[in-house]
Design a protein around this ligand. Structure first.
Ligand code: DQA
Length: 145
């Protein structure tokens, strides 16, 4: 089983970016944590980040073709991207949405997500641990009980 772990704009700046909100953890740290967790779960991960909306759209299409699971932090595109919404809908991938911060406790423009209605579930507010929760949730969803 492969999980695409997709990260949107500005997440390459983690560690330097608004540490009061996002903490000191870097995206490389998150990737390392995800790799350790994936090994424990017995799955493969494909970890990517882009600042470009179209890359995220293409990667969702690729996940759909490969029948991969998707853990995505769409970052600011969460709140703006109908293109991402349409891509997820068309690919009909099993997807979990994750955010480091609790988007509901922040500015009102962060309260709406174009992704959530298509996600199996949403994890926010637990920092980098949310990625590990998301990986576990996806493997559980994909494993016949
Ligand atoms: C974020 C929350 C978004 O509102 C913001 O635009 C981000 C990061 C998070 O992980 O908390 O870039 O997705």
């Amino acid at each position: 089983q492969t999980i695409f772990v997709l990260n949107g704009p500005n997440l390459n700046m983690l560690g330097k970016r608004e540490p009061g909100i996002y903490g000191a953890v870097t995206l490389d740290d998150i990737e390392a944590m995800c790799r350790t967790e994936a090994e424990a779960l017995g799955c493969k991960i494909d970890f990517r980040q882009s600042n470009h909306e179209g890359d995220l759209v293409s990667w969702i299409q690729e996940a759909g073709e490969q029948k991969a699971l998707v853990l995505i932090n769409p970052a600011a595109y969460t709140h703006t991207s109908i293109a991402l919404h349409d891509a997820i809908r068309a690919a009909s991938v099993t997807l979990v949405e994750v955010h480091l911060s609790n988007i509901h406790a922040r500015e009102s423009f962060r309260h709406h997500s174009y992704v959530s209605s298509l996600a199996k579930g949403v994890i926010c507010g637990f920092g980098a641990d949310g990625y590990l929760m998301g990986l576990r949730a996806l493997i559980k969803l994909a494993t016949p009980q």
